[in-house]
Design a protein around this ligand. Structure first.
Ligand SMILES: C[S@@+](CC[C@H](N)C(=O)[O-])C[C@H]1O[C@@H](n2cnc3c(N)ncnc32)[C@H](O)[C@@H]1O
Length: 237
């Protein structure tokens, strides 16, 4: 038995995500120095370490996976399965790695209810090249029928999304996290879960998002799970 639990995905989807997780990791190794350079430039020029909104940063990130860690993606699969999620929004799709986990959960929930259809993951991505590649990866994984990707800036595409939403994954450039959740919040059903990545390593940059989900008088109850950058799991009251 390995040190970590095996992937919850079926063989077809697992083969695809294993390849994509490897590609994502391989891309990041030589990227460490350029990432530091972009962050320092943003800090000096714009007063923030976050380089995702600068023109140079955007250009550099346009072909990067930045995929969710496999264990976090597997956790999302299980949370979606245990809550019977059928309507999911993914804030940040990139090449579709986490999307495969979410779509497999929707498909498996539908199958358990004896319904071949009847569930969807709504993805969001503004890089056209990533959208095309994500569609291809979803087809290879056998889950394309359960995904609609909204192509464009999520601040324009998300306001058209209706509820009731069961689950949201927030895996996006940090300045987009709070605006995205504020748009979606009214459409979340009571008990809906929201998972957001890297809230411990990026706690300062995520302050607006974290103030929103941790507000004792706000619409969420929240827990922080540290480790690997940390994730925040929030439940709509
Ligand atoms: C961290 S990556 C998502 C990774 C993905 N969840 C996965 O695990 O494979 C964030 C993605 O959000 C996209 N993005 C950033 N800002 C956006 C915006 N305003 N509207 C739509 N997509 C955006 C980026 O192009 C990037 O591909």
């Amino acid at each position: 038995m390995g040190k970590l639990a095996a992937s919850p995905l079926d063989q077809q989807a697992r083969t695809v995500v294993e390849r994509l997780h490897r590609e994502s990791k391989r891309q990041m190794l030589p990227a460490v120095l350029p990432m530091i350079r972009h962050s320092v430039t943003s800090r000096l020029r714009d007063g923030t370490w976050d380089s995702t909104q600068s023109e140079a940063g955007k250009r550099w990130l346009a072909d990067k996976f930045v995929a969710l860690d496999p264990e976090k993606a597997a956790l999302c699969y299980l949370l979606c399965r245990s809550s019977g999620a059928r309507r999911i929004v993914e804030v940040g799709t990139s090449y579709g790695v986490s999307t495969i986990y979410l779509a497999a959960a929707v498909r498996d929930n539908a199958a358990e209810d004896g319904a071949a259809q009847g569930g969807v993951v709504i993805g969001t991505e503004h890089e056209p090249g990533k959208v095309a590649a994500a569609r291809d990866h979803l087809a290879q994984a056998g889950v394309a029928d359960f995904v609609e990707i909204l192509e464009g800036d999520l601040r324009e595409t998300l306001p058209g999304v209706d509820g009731p939403i069961d689950f949201v994954l927030v895996d996006i450039w940090i300045p987009m996290a709070a605006p995205a959740l504020r748009i979606l919040e009214p459409e979340l059903r009571r008990g809906a879960l929201v998972v957001c990545d890297n809230v411990v390593s990026g706690a300062k940059e995520y302050r607006e998002y974290l103030d929103f989900v941790r507000d004792p008088d706000g619409p969420f109850q929240s827990v922080t799970i540290p480790g690997q950058g940390g994730i925040e799991v929030s439940m709509k009251r």
